[in-house]
Design a protein around this ligand. Structure first.
Ligand SMILES: Cc1cc2nc3c(=O)[nH]c(=O)nc-3n(C[C@H](O)[C@H](O)[C@H](O)COP(=O)(O)OP(=O)(O)OC[C@H]3O[C@@H](n4cnc5c(N)ncnc54)[C@H](O)[C@@H]3O)c2cc1C
Length: 450
């Protein structure tokens, strides 16, 4: 183990930076973890809002690697599938997987981040320094500048290795990419999002099915809701920035009410604070960050949203960032902590996987908004589950490959394309599951996936 040999600076104690701090601390590295926010571990969130995320298999594996999963478990609510809410009030449940353990989990972002920052603070060779904003990196001299966000003073720290886990707007990325003559792009969706709330029922229970991710799919826009431990749901409205309807056009309480009456009438009685929430909560932007390379020689790396922020429709941003951490540890094992080999290898191996999940997340936006209302989508899903039962070694639905199996994203994407071709052939001219030609299915699976 390389204890004490290298001094590592991590910028950003968000979800990924704090997990990475714990993992590197466990390997015996001296880690300074700098965060621009103040230490809020003992501050109750008084906004009354809880924002949650979907945690799945890749994220769980990384938490297990860090020895944190048992501590995180009490924060989790299983979501077994999607509950689709049609405009006429009809509801359909669509399971995510077909095995008992094939569920994803709703977890509060704030609670999870506080837990992990706390673990990083407790980890012996890790020092967490709050109220420090990274304002520059000098890779030649291996120094980084931080502004003290309380008194404005700027200080310089030295490092052997600097890791940027400072999110989608990463300062470290903005320093690293020009320094290595790399490329970076940020591509924004035409949709923004706004968080709303379904509060707990009067008796403290859940107003709608607890163990599901709820979707009100309406073609060009949608509402989704994930459960919180206190009986409430965090609701997110995804809607275009401009046009009709859009966040720009819904600019008065009358227009917001008319929009919800027209498109989400069954959600209105669940959301008594809709008007206030809509008026007071900001709209956030959604985008994809792509850049290359992710490393600087043997001394710099960016990971998590800093190198590959994605849109949230596959629930994989945090999960892929957590997987970055597990993969970095695997490469350190493989290369005896030789960072000059680990960093380029990490860039080389992870980038195609990040590109693949970015693509699948964008595709899933269309699936969630409208695909789920297409009868062929449900038929294909049913056939996919049947093929998985018949050929469990060969055929695994793409959603399951991403959420429940830790095969590389690029491989899930590649197999997904082939599997979709098979499904398209099987549903061609077919309306009912009973009419599917499973003889042809067997032949196609053997030919294309065997
Ligand atoms: C609406 C929405 C829903 C989502 N849902 C899901 C989901 O269901 N499942 C999922 O897996 N992912 C989801 N995501 C994605 C997930 O939130 C991100 O992928 C994840 O937060 C990335 O973690 P990170 O640590 O890389 O970055 P961040 O969480 O952004 O953390 C970065 C940290 O760095 C700090 N920082 C920034 N700049 C500096 C600086 N200059 N100096 C010092 N510190 C700095 C920040 O204060 C912050 O603490 C969602 C995202 C959105 C927007």
């Amino acid at each position: 183990m390389a204890s004490g040999k290298k001094k590592i600076v991590i910028v950003g104690a968000g979800l990924v930076g704090s997990l990475l701090g714990v993992l590197l601390g466990k390997r015996g590295y001296e880690v300074d973890l700098y965060e621009r926010r103040s230490d809020d571990r003992n501050v109750e969130d008084d906004s009354g809002r809880s924002i949650n995320l979907a945690l799945s298999s890749r994220g769980i594996k990384a938490l297990q690697d860090a020895g944190l999963y048992e501590k995180v478990k009490p924060l989790l609510i299983p979501m077994r599938g999607r509950m689709l809410h049609q405009a006429d009030g009809d509801q359909q449940f669509s399971a995510y997987g077909q095995r008992e353990h094939e569920v994803i989990y709703s977890v509060p972002r704030g609670g999870l981040n506080k837990l992990m920052v706390n673990e990083a603070v407790l980890a012996e060779p890790v020092h967490v320094i709050f109220d420090r904003k990274c304002v520059g990196v000098d890779f030649d001299n291996r120094t980084v500048s931080f502004e003290n966000t309380i008194d404005g003073l700027v200080t310089e720290e030295s490092f052997d290795i600097i890791i940027g886990a400072d999110g989608a707007g990463s300062r470290v990325r903005r320093e690293l990419i020009p320094a290595v003559d790399g490329e970076a792009t940020s591509e924004f969706l035409e949709h923004d999002y706004k968080e709303l709330e379904i509060p707990a029922a009067a008796d403290g229970g859940y107003q709608i099915e607890k163990e599901a991710l709820h979707i009100w799919p309406r073609g060009g826009f949608m509402l989704i809701a994930l459960p919180n431990l206190d009986g409430s749901f965090t609701v997110t409205l995804f809607l275009k920035k401009k046009g009709d309807p859009s966040f720009e056009s819904l600019d008065s309480s009358e227009s917001v009410n008319a929009f919800f009456e027209a498109h989400f009438p069954t959600a209105i009685p669940l959301m008594p604070e809709l008007g206030n929430d809509y008026a007071n909560n900001p709209a956030g932007i959604l985008g994809t960050v792509r850049c290359s390379p992710w490393h600087h020689t043997d001394c710099g790396l960016i990971l998590g949203d800093a190198s590959h922020a994605i849109v949230p429709f596959h629930g994989q941003g945090m999960n892929s960032g957590f997987e970055d951490c597990s993969e970095l540890m695997r490469l350190l094992d493989e290369h005896d902590d030789d960072w000059s080999r680990v960093l380029p290898e990490f860039s080389r191996q992870r980038k195609p996987n990040a590109d693949a999940i970015a693509e699948m997340a964008i595709e899933n936006h269309t699936t969630m908004q409208k695909g789920v209302n297409d009868p062929k989508y449900h038929l294909k899903k049913e056939i996919g589950f049947e093929l998985e039962r018949r050929f469990p070694e060969t055929y695994i639905p793409r959603y399951s490959l991403v959420m429940f199996h830790n095969v590389p994203y690029a491989e899930a994407f590649r197999r997904g394309v082939i599997q979709n071709e098979i499904l398209n052939q099987l549903v061609d001219g077919v309306e009912e599951f009973d009419d599917v030609d499973f003889g042809l299915a067997e032949k196609l699976v053997a030919e294309k996936l065997g």
